[in-house]
Design a protein around this ligand. Structure first.
Ligand code: NAP
Length: 368
């Protein structure tokens, strides 16, 4: 029987890492992950996997034979990077670990560079030094395009507008350099924004969907946002991870844009979210310079023709569906926590159920 392929994911506890782990397990991979130590839990998104494969539940299966296994490590620590590579001997590496928040990168520019650029270099150089016969995927970003005119594709110049973008451009170039200089199978996925109910709570889409849920249950009165006119190409993380995998299955290493080809403003996202429960967003919006960035990226719109043609990757989930998916997930969570909906094991309720309660609560808000 052929040995199972081993995939190693940095940032496995993040939004994309958790979807990618689930996707690769379904493809029959043994999935290994790097988790950094935190003083409070940072593994919530992969908890179902941890619970399913935990050694104490499967005492006969050693960690290294288990389909899923994660280990402490840190991209800023070269020795931990190397020892995980020695332990796992991966066939495929997905480098998703990053300080991924653009606004935070203005506050923490040096650590952003350390994690996002040097972290990438630490893996690439370990692959070179150890002569690891593996494929390497780098989580590059549409933020690299910065102020370049949309639509953006693989030939669009990079004009990053943040320490995050600068770090990602440098890491992108490191990937190309290690590919050309050392023949390493190293590819970049240039992913445009992608969201899901697992999106971090300080990203603008999640701020809006969680904020709306809080307003409906009376825990908040409004949502404070910065630039409402920024345009973004929003896709669904759950299907972008398949794009990552397809990039590494291609016959040669290359760079690909992954995007939906639609762009919407932050204001559109806010309007669409509130309209789902019959509210006018303008009554709940506070605009603050506090959330405006020293430099901003005005408009991102991806042209993923190359990925569609060569990899056969086609996004199905677009703006309206993503918005609804995120709203429903946050309503469900808040309604259950506040007792607006009873938690009954095994009872499946559809989206309309939660949106219906949302609309009832919204109509009371309008009257008060
Ligand atoms: N989502 C997007 O729209 C988008 C678009 C383009 C590119 N990207 C890139 O794609 C990757 C995945 O994005 P995401 O949305 O899943 O981000 P995310 O939810 O913020 O996940 C990032 C992960 O990286 C981990 N990490 C941070 N610093 C680390 C370090 N020093 N060592 C090891 N792990 C570290 C985080 O761990 P903690 O939980 O402990 O912080 C987290 O698990 C990132 O590289 C991001 O920059 C994302």
């Amino acid at each position: 029987m052929a040995e199972k392929r081993v995939a190693f994911i940095t940032g496995i506890g993040g939004q994309d890492g958790s979807y990618l782990a689930e996707f690769l397990l379904k493809q029959g991979y043994q999935v290994r992950g790097m988790i950094r130590r935190a003083s409070s839990p940072n593994t919530e998104r992969i908890l179902p996997l941890i619970e399913q494969y935990w050694e104490s539940k499967n005492p006969d299966v050693k960690s290294l034979d288990s389909p899923f296994f994660s280990q402490y490590g840190d991209l800023t620590d070269a020795s931990s990077v190397r020892s995980l590579l020695e332990e796992f001997h991966p066939d495929e590496i997905y480098n998703l670990g990053a300080q991924s928040h653009v606004a935070v990168s203005f506050q923490n520019p040096l650590s952003t560079l350390d994690i996002n650029l040097m972290g990438t270099m630490r893996i690439l150089d370990a692959i070179r030094d150890m002569k690891l016969p593996c494929r390497f995927y780098q989580a590059s970003s549409s933020e690299m395009f910065g102020t370049s005119q949309p639509p953006q594709n693989e030939n669009t110049p990079f004009r990053p507008q943040s320490p995050y973008g600068v770090a990602k451009v440098a890491a992108f170039n490191a990937v190309r350099m290690y590919r050309d200089a050392y023949g390493i199978f190293a590819s970049n996925g240039i992913l445009f924004n992608h969201e899901s109910p697992r999106r971090g709570i300080n990203f603008v889409t999640r701020k809006i969907t969680m904020g709306l849920a809080k307003i409906l249950v009376g825990k908040d009165r409004n949502i404070v946002l910065g630039n409402l006119d920024a345009k973004r190409d929003w896709g669904f993380s759950g299907e972008y991870v398949e794009g990552m995998w397809r990039i590494l299955q291609h016959e040669k290493p290359d760079d690909f844009v992954i995007a939906t080809g639609e762009t919407h403003t932050v204001r559109d996202f806010m309007r669409e979210s509130f309209a789902l429960v019959g509210l006018n967003y303008e009554n709940f919006l506070v605009s603050s310079d506090r959330y405006k960035r020293p430099a901003d990226v005005p408009a991102l719109l991806g042209d993923s023709t190359k990925a569609r043609k060569i990899l056969g990757w086609n996004p199905q989930v677009k703006f309206k569906e993503i918005t609804k998916m995120m709203i429903v997930a946050d309503l469900k969570d808040k309604f259950e926590k506040t007792g607006n909906v009873p938690i009954e094991r095994g009872v499946m309720r559809d989206d309309d159920y939660y949106l219906g309660i949302g609309r009832d609560l919204a109509s009371k808000l309008r009257k008060s």
